[in-house]
Design a protein around this ligand. Structure first.
Ligand code: DUC
Ligand code: ZN
Ligand code: ZN
Length: 482
């Protein structure tokens, strides 16, 4: 007689708060028990391994629809493969809006594409055009369908919102019970600096960092927080690149605001110097905000330890290096302004954070789990189904060999993108098995999940993102449809 479909036996279970030797018993894709001496129809031997919740990557761009038709190179199949290879079992990707159009049609098309996923998934809804129809009619429908987070850009043509439009999105989120995530950089400041750099003939990839120094990120972060405070709407600041930006979050929290901060592996291990490589090579490292310097990277570790930055996502946004639809879309002589931004990171997120963080003694394994699975699950309404190892949770697990040393190569990433910015980097600690809802989805680098086996995660209302109730003069302007 066996009690479980599958038992993951003899490993060291790691959650956001504990680390202990135990077996994990799984029935019907869910965790049924955590204990000792469990017996199952099948057993996965986890002796000598860490058993952690499958990664939750709450910010990655996969098969995102493009304005000219078509979508990003990374498909839901290749993106899922990379995610599973790297120990991630849940992703939050982006349904987009094109100026002059609504959000319902692209969302329907995006859901159709996402149905091929092999990881579980949900979306953030990007708003680029805050029209009355979108704000008052479509956003409520999208949120009711389970897409309970909105995303806005304060920079980028043609995506950015001005302050009034941003306020309208904040108010819509407050009315509908959604979280707002924000890309914080000052649009006009970047335009002005870019024009000056190009007028001076400074066109190479390295000038990408010069065009958007930390102060433009800090200013926009300060403004985003102030406007969210005025509306009393919880927000998450995306991809914080350095401590001076995170300081804005520290100050906001001291005022009692619900403001959360995310950072990404690239800000721990890349710097502006990477963009200063000969020829076009620097394009491989171009992302926004731009990576800063070693001091900024080192400072981020204290911020993740202290919980100021409580999520580490990938911001996977792959553009192949050697392809006419990737970094070279406008030629290898293109000025930095015309080179697509973004670096791939679905498969490398967990190994880099574990190696640089846990293996080098900067964070402990529980903090690693908090940053990569537990906190994103809670913040985006997926907890306790995702992000923990406890009875009732989905049996999403990554079995981790903490001693395994690996030289990262693009082949190991298993994404569609033709490069990784981390080629040749030595890491200690590697995912050897990924289990998604009780199914072994990756073993020793071989991904065996079937296309379409991922599930859409509809997110209902949850307490964590409830507004505080503090509005200036006690006047809740968001209840008026303006
Ligand atoms: N920055 C973003 O904001 N999105 C995708 C890629 C990037 O570098
Ligand atoms: Zn962004
Ligand atoms: Zn992004």
């Amino acid at each position: 007689m066996t009690d479980y479909d599958l038992v993951v036996a003899g490993g060291t279970v790691v959650t956001a708060s504990d680390m202990y030797r135990a077996d994990v018993g799984i029935v019907d894709g869910r965790i049924a028990a955590v204990g000792t001496g469990l017996r199952g129809q099948r057993t996965v031997d986890a002796q000598g391994l860490l058993v952690m919740p499958g990664g939750v990557d709450s910010h990655c761009h996969i098969e995102q629809l493009q304005a000219g038709g078509g979508a990003d190179e990374e498909t839901f199949i290749t993106g899922s493969t990379s995610a599973l290879a790297g120990g991630t079992t849940t992703v939050i990707t982006f349904s987009t809006q094109f100026k002059g159009h609504g959000i319902l049609k692209p969302l329907a098309e995006y859901r159709r594409r996402a149905a091929k996923a092999m990881v579980d998934y949900t979306f953030h809804q990007i708003i680029t055009d805050a029209t009355d129809e979108v704000i008052f009619n479509e956003v409520p429908q999208v949120v009711a369908s389970g897409v309970r987070s909105l995303k806005v850009f304060l920079t980028y043509d043609p995506l950015h919102l001005d302050d009034r439009q941003f306020i309208r999105v904040l108010a819509a989120a407050r009315r509908t019970g959604a979280l707002v995530t924000v890309h914080c950089e000052n649009y006009e400041a970047i335009r002005w600096r870019t024009a000056a750099l190009l007028a001076d003939g400074r066109t190479e990839p390295k000038y990408h960092a010069w065009s958007r120094p930390a102060v433009v990120e800090r200013e926009a972060t300060h403004r985003a927080i102030a406007l969210a405070e005025m509306v009393d709407q919880p927000i998450q600041i995306f991809h914080v690149s350095c401590p001076e930006v995170a300081d804005e979050i520290v100050r906001a929290r001291a005022r009692g605001l619900k403001v959360w901060g995310e950072t990404c592996p690239q800000y721990f291990v890349l710097s502006a110097d990477h963009m200063d490589r000969p020829g076009f090579e620097g394009a491989k490292f171009m992302c926004s905000p731009a990576p800063r310097d070693a001091a900024a990277s080192e400072g981020l570790w204290k911020l993740v330890r202290d919980g100021v930055l409580d999520v580490v996502s990938s911001d996977h946004s792959g553009w192949s290096y050697d392809s006419p639809v990737g970094k070279r879309a406008n030629g290898t002589g293109a000025p930095f302004r015309d080179i697509p931004n973004g670096v791939p990171g679905l498969g490398s997120r967990l190994p880099i954070l574990f190696s640089e963080g846990v293996s080098k003694g900067r964070i402990d394994a529980c903090t690693f789990v908090r940053l990569t699975a537990f906190n994103p699950s809670r913040l985006f309404g997926l907890y306790p189904r995702k992000g923990t190892i406890a009875p009732g949770a989905d049996a999403d697990l990554v079995l981790w060999d903490a001693a395994k040393r690996v030289t990262m190569t693009n082949d190991l990433m298993q994404h569609i993108i033709d490069y990784t910015p981390y080629e040749g980097m030595e890491v200690t600690g590697w995912p050897v098995t990924t289990i998604r809802r009780g199914e072994v989805a990756m073993k020793d680098g071989i991904v065996q999940a079937q296309p379409g086996s991922g599930q859409f995660l509809a997110r209902g209302p949850y307490d964590m993102i409830r507004p505080t109730g503090n509005v200036p003069f006690g006047f809740d302007a968001s209840t008026f449809l303006v």
